[in-house]
Design a protein around this ligand. Structure first.
Ligand code: CO
Length: 208
């Protein structure tokens, strides 16, 4: 992509916004009040706002390789704490996608240097669910299933945090696991029963 095009596009975008609302940018600068926190993959094909048809101000977004929620990653944990405690979002979404390169890499035996500790967390998901995964003979189907199970486990990681546990209890925060089907563009709701997971893990992870 030509970088000059980026700045040209920006001018067109500004004009389009002002044409529809002359006060657009004054209102945008007033502050944000998003109801959704979206945690997705950095993959350039899986744009958060565009695939949801969301406007600026509507979604607080965090993206990393393979949409991971890792308890010692200060970046994702800061985003979750700020979005849940300060912005008081109503929904937290973990959105994975089929054909995820990060998940694929975790299925292969290769030394990927600094990526190893990151991908290790996906290998852990594989280990937890290896009976189910190893029973899937078709490799593409196994890959798709690992994408789904990774979303599920990252939702579980979300509800292990004190901020999310408190917000579920005090104000009915809802946790969602979605998969973007890159082959069709469809967004699939995995219908994660986060309340059941919270009950399951509370014996060990209860923080509030
Ligand atoms: Co990905």
């Amino acid at each position: 992509m030509n970088l000059k095009t980026v700045f040209d596009n920006n001018k067109v975008w500004i004009q389009n916004k002002l044409d529809s609302n002359p006060n657009y940018f004054e209102e945008l600068a007033d502050g944000q009040n998003p109801e959704l926190l979206y945690i997705g993959c950095s993959d350039s094909r899986v744009t958060a706002e565009e695939l949801m048809g969301a406007a600026p101000g509507e979604v607080f977004v965090h993206r990393n390789i393979a949409n991971m929620v890792i308890s010692i990653d200060l970046n994702v944990m800061s985003v979750i704490n700020y979005a849940v405690n300060e912005l008081e979002v109503k929904h937290v979404i973990v959105c994975g996608h089929y054909a995820c390169g990060g998940v694929k890499a975790a299925m292969q035996s290769a030394d990927l240097g600094i990526l190893n500790p990151w991908l290790r967390n996906i290998r852990d998901v594989y280990r937890i669910h290896r009976v189910e995964l190893n029973a899937i003979e078709n490799e593409d189907n196994r890959y798709d299933r690992l994408v789904e199970l990774n979303v599920q486990e990252q939702c579980v990681n979300l509800i292990k945090t004190a901020a999310v546990q408190k917000a579920i209890r005090d104000r009915g925060l809802v946790v969602h696991g979605w998969v973007f089907d890159i082959h069709s563009g469809k967004l699939i709701d995995l219908e994660i029963d986060f309340v059941k997971y919270l009950e399951d893990i509370q014996e060990i992870y209860h923080l509030d």
